[in-house]
Design a protein around this ligand. Structure first.
Ligand code: IVH
Length: 708
């Protein structure tokens, strides 16, 4: 089937016959594609294109049918609710059809006023008539469900299907903990609750992890899911409810279907908001964000607020839904074909879009890790223009089988890095080539090796590899390491590329003349860099160890090493057994440290850095230090000339002291820097010894050796 419709010819719709025949051909093409995508989405739970693309095609067809009503056909997807009934399930006839909602086309929050205008016009409201009151809800990204209760007992759960006939999925829906199986007395004799079955994002991630493990263990029939909605749809339509029970689903109620047989003392509700409150009382989950709002302004504010909260919600939504609150006004407004006039779905900009893969680059990280990255035709998704998406590693790239030239669905949600969700196989070009990871480093040409137990290929070039060298500079200079203010990626690229620095110690040999030769480097900026470099020479042992960028040695491990060994030489010369004695250090870390210092050039770098003046306070190993300050309480106040508050605290704690926030008679020492205030006064009154930075350093070093 030819689904090549992603670009419209965009021809002018002049009224001549040839234009009409073109529109007619396009409409039939669109109908065919929409049927195909609806089948993939609703029946197979395997969408080929993102929702945004389906919506675009749908709107294009709607637009043609509005301009040329004669082109409307009875089987047009615009004339019915998507979905089909699978023969495996019993068919359920919905006594009250399960409709769809019209989508407001304008993605901006102000688009809400188009809906308010329409409602007011159709109700015949004059301009000075009061605001229409709306209920604003979330548009959950799951699948619609109708729950039928008879005399308070859940007797049937049905999917929407084509809106008139759905599938009986009671056996699976019974496994959803949030759906009450029995309601308290006082509900109508027949009550159909409509809402959305969905999967929380954390549940989805955990499920996919479990699926991956099964696949790795050789389970051929298992698969991972592309998004929570698909996973939810797949679970609901399992024939075996034991499987459904293992897929954690949730539910939100948002409306009613057939209802009759009200108990005498219970009033039927007059507003949609009442209805939702009642559903909540009856035990159904209703989203807490649901609000009653006034007029277009209220809708716009709601849209804006939810858009800003969207990424923090524990589940996916693709927009908000506005509904006229007053049920008598709803009745007055009525329906058009498959949609009520009293409700509209207002979507957010898509988090999934289609684009093409222009190439697959392999990037080299600090520890030599090779990462395949898909270079994409620029696409606006999740609020930014995306041109790259990581493919993580060889296994992941192979699992997704992304190839150059492919059309792919890209997802970017929140601050998460963009990723390729899946390939649109129907659009794959003939003779496309399977991607394979290179076995040599694309930057330095050294062999790239993948250890059996690992997912990643690594360049074996170490600091000879320019890519790794640049990353090593960046790592060393970062705020949490030795901190060279202003030394960022662009500057490092230039410095390494121009050859003015080769290895870390070269940084401290830089002069003004070399720096000002760099692009866009005025004398003032160059001086700032030199000042920052000078300041970075006064550091701490944990920062220095972390800054060396030893593989597997993160910030916390570096702190442990510093605390345990007290001085750098003891750490560098430690045997594997001695390294393993350090808290939380296992064989992988110990081996990595040994390998790092076994290389002469790493020893040389350390020696040169020290020779350039990089220094830090050192002390005896942890056991002996612990005795020096254990049982002592120290308070810090004011600004110290070199050490930050965190560094001073870390040094004291490493020496066994407790660092407290306020001065009392029990305080052993107060360390005071510039602009010390009331704490200093109090310490003086109580006779607590007061130290400056120098005094602090002597204290933690036990008055012994400083750093050479
Ligand atoms: S009301 C007559 N409210 O969106 C109106 N639908 O095309 C019936 N959806 O498949 C639907 N959140 O499953 C309504 N708060 C909400 C919703 C919601 C999600 C889904 C629903 C349906 C589609 C509407």
């Amino acid at each position: 089937m030819n689904l090549d419709l992603f670009t419209n010819s965009g021809e002018d719709s002049s009224q001549d016959a040839s234009a009409i025949s073109k529109e007619s051909a396009r409409a039939s093409q669109l109908r065919q594609a929409l049927h195909h995508h609806a089948h993939c989405y609703y029946t197979l739970d395997l969408p080929e294109v993102p929702d945004a693309e389906y919506d675009r095609l749908f709107r294009e067809l709607q637009d043609i049918e509005t301009r040329y009503p004669a082109l409307k056909t009875a089987d047009s997807p615009t004339q019915r609710v998507g979905g089909a009934v699978l023969p495996e399930f019993q068919t359920v006839r919905h006594q009250v059809p399960m409709l769809s909602i019209r989508t407001e086309t304008d993605n901006e929050s102000s688009g809400a006023s188009a809906f308010d205008d329409r409602v007011r016009r159709e109700l015949g409201f004059k301009e000075d008539a009061p605001d229409v009151i709306y209920v604003a809800e979330l548009k959950f990204d799951g699948l619609a469900m109708s729950l039928r209760y008879e005399h308070g007992t859940l007797v049937q759960a049905a999917t929407r299907g084509d809106g008139e006939f759905g599938e009986d999925v009671t056996h699976n829906v019974r496994t959803i903990g949030q759906i009450p199986l029995q309601l308290a007395p006082g509900v109508p004799a027949v009550l159909e609750v409509r809402g959305e079955v969905y999967m929380r994002r954390d549940d989805f991630d955990a499920l996919n992890m479990r699926q991956l493990r099964k696949i790795e263990d050789g389970a051929k029939s298992e698969k991972t899911f592309v998004n929570p909605r698909n996973a939810a749809a797949g679970a609901v339509r399992q024939l075996d409810s034991n499987i459904a029970a293992q897929r954690p689903l949730s539910f939100f109620a948002y409306g009613l279907g057939e209802v009759f047989g009200w108990p005498l003392n219970v009033q039927a509700f007059k507003t949609h908001f009442d209805l939702l409150q009642t559903l909540k009382r009856w035990g159904f989950p209703v989203a807490e964000q649901t609000r009653c709002v006034d007029g277009a302004k209220g809708l716009i504010a709601f849209h804006e607020q939810i858009a800003s909260e969207r990424d923090r919600l524990p589940y996916d939504i693709d927009g908000v839904v506005y509904k006229v609150n007053d049920l008598s006004l709803q009745a007055q407004l009525g329906f058009v074909t498959r949609e009520p006039r009293w409700a509209v779905a207002h979507k957010f900009p898509a988090q999934e879009e289609l684009t093409t893969v222009l190439g697959i680059d392999v990037q080299v990280g600090r520890t030599g890790k090779l990462t395949p990255v898909a270079k994409l035709a620029p696409v606006f998704v999740g609020g930014v223009t995306v041109t790259n998406a990581t493919l993580h590693n060889e296994d992941e790239a192979r699992r997704k089988d992304v190839r150059v030239g492919d059309t792919v669905i890209v997802r970017r949600a929140g601050d998460v890095i963009p990723e390729v969700v899946s390939v649109v196989l129907a659009k794959r070009q003939l003779h496309s080539e399977i991607f394979t990871m290179p076995h040599i480093c694309p930057v330095c040409g050294s062999p790239a090796i993948r250890d059996e137990a690992e997912a990643d290929y690594r360049c074996t070039g170490g600091l000879f590899c320019i890519a790794q060298r640049k990353q090593a500079f960046l790592h060393f200079a970062q705020r949490r390491a030795v901190e060279v203010d202003g030394l960022g990626e662009k500057l490092i690229d230039q410095m390494v590329d121009s050859g003015i620095v080769q290895s870390l110690p070269d940084l401290y040999k830089l002069g003004l003349a070399a720096l000002v030769q760099l692009d866009r480097m005025a004398e003032k900026s160059a001086l700032n860099i030199l000042t920052a470099l000078e300041a970075s020479k006064t550091t701490t042992l944990p920062r220095f160890i972390y800054g060396l960028g030893i593989r597997h040695v993160g910030e916390a491990t570096a702190k442990e090493f510093a605390r345990h060994f007290g001085e750098l030489n003891a750490f560098m010369n430690a045997s594997e057994e001695e390294l393993l004695e350090v808290c939380d250090v296992g064989p992988v870390v110990a081996q990595s440290v040994k390998t790092f210092f076994a290389q002469a050039h790493h020893q040389e770098i350390v020696a040169q850095l020290r020779a350039c003046g990089v220094h830090w306070p050192e002390g005896p190993p942890a056991e002996r230090v612990a005795k020096t300050l254990s049982g002592k309480t120290v308070v810090l106040t004011g600004t110290l000339p070199n050490l930050s508050r965190e560094d001073a605290k870390a040094l004291l704690e490493a020496a066994g002291a407790k660092v407290a926030g306020s001065v009392s008679a029990k305080t052993s020492y107060l360390v005071a820097g510039a602009e010390a205030g009331s704490k200093l006064e109090k310490a003086k009154q109580l006779g607590v010894p007061v130290l400056d930075e120098q005094g602090l350093l002597q204290l933690v070093e036990g008055n012994s050796n400083g750093n050479s």
